[in-house]
Design a protein around this ligand. Structure first.
Ligand code: NAP
Length: 276
């Protein structure tokens, strides 16, 4: 394993922090983005001289390029970009203001895109690098009550897959990392929950919201093990287009894809009927 420089967005908690820790322990350098000065100090204390904190809110897309260009000028070229910063919006579509959807996309999609726009020219010129976008199983399957979140992660999956094809000629790998449920702050302090207002949805949605709150902090997935799996992908000679993390993601996504294929087969005569 050669020493690499990672750029990881959102290293204050959860998957980003676990990955930063694992990368530092494996001997890599990590530039980690945070939003609070206290988080920056805590992050740099993980490994003084090899853990470099940068203040960045990825939801402010116009600030991303100048901040990251400055970081690369000061700290040198990056080998691995991990677009991890993101959060979950929970709320029924009919009850959730469009503004909440815009915020969700500003961070989960446009934030990740802005970070990639800053890094892709470096990767292309250096003819090497690896971009890993943390999507979600909710970027392939859907659940009621997280339509804005799923929409943002479906979009990030699509962006990731197309970018993979564009950057392949330059020896730049692009991978979507799609976790199931992990023990992080995602469903706790980080989640934005739209208020309830329509009683018609009570029986569908109230149990879902209550179950997610009750499960927060007790999810199946271990972030430290996710970090080891991501390091494994980074060392692979031919990294996959998408890697699912967690047996919940594996079961749900596999079942969904089987159902989709069965439906495509069921309707194929009608599908073919439109050919000219
Ligand atoms: P987390 O513990 O809440 O961590 C989220 C990280 O993202 C924090 O460092 C947070 O920083 C940062 N962040 C949020 N909004 C940001 C913004 N506008 N600009 C910069 N940083 C921002 O949750 P997590 O589970 O580790 O989430 C990491 C990624 O995994 C997210 O993209 C999430 O959607 C994805 N994911 C999580 C799960 C899961 O079950 N945990 C499943 C699938 C996908 P602050 O401390 O400043 O808020």
């Amino acid at each position: 394993m050669s020493e690499k420089t990672f750029l990881i967005t959102g290293v204050s908690s959860g998957l980003g922090l676990a990955l930063a820790r694992a990368a530092l322990e494996a001997g890599h350098r990590v530039i980690g983005t945070v939003r609070q000065p206290a988080a920056l100090r805590t992050f740099e204390a993980l490994s003084p001289g090899r853990a470099h904190g940068v203040m960045l809110d990825v939801g402010q897309a116009d600030l991303v390029a100048p901040v990251l260009d400055d970081a690369i000028n000061r700290l040198g070229p990056v080998d691995v970009l991990v677009n991890n910063a993101g959060y979950g919006h929970e709320g029924l579509f009919e009850e959730s203001p469009l503004e909440h959807m815009r915020q969700q996309f500003e961070v989960n999609l446009f934030g990740a895109a802005a970070v990639m726009q800053a890094l892709v020219p470096h990767f292309r010129r250096q003819r090497g690098g690896h971009i890993l976008n943390i999507t979600s199983m909710g970027g392939t399957i859907t659940m009621p009550g997280v339509s804005y979140y799923c929409a943002s992660k479906f979009a990030l999956e699509g962006l990731t897959a197309a970018l993979r094809q564009e950057l392949a000629p330059f020896n730049v790998h692009v991978t979507a990392v799609a976790p199931g449920s992990f023990r992080t702050d995602w469903a706790g302090r980080s989640m934005q929950r739209s208020a309830r207002s329509i009683a018609d949805y009570d029986s569908l949605f109230d149990p879902i919201r209550a179950a997610r709150q009750a499960k927060s902090g007790k999810q199946l997935g271990d972030p430290a093990k996710a970090a080891q799996a991501i390091l494994h992908i980074i060392e692979a000679p031919e990294p996959p287009a998408q890697i699912l993390l967690g047996s919940d993601a594996l079961d749900l996504v596999r079942e969904h894809l089987h159902q989709r294929l069965a439906e495509i087969d069921q309707w194929q005569a009608l599908t073919r009927s439109t050919d000219g």
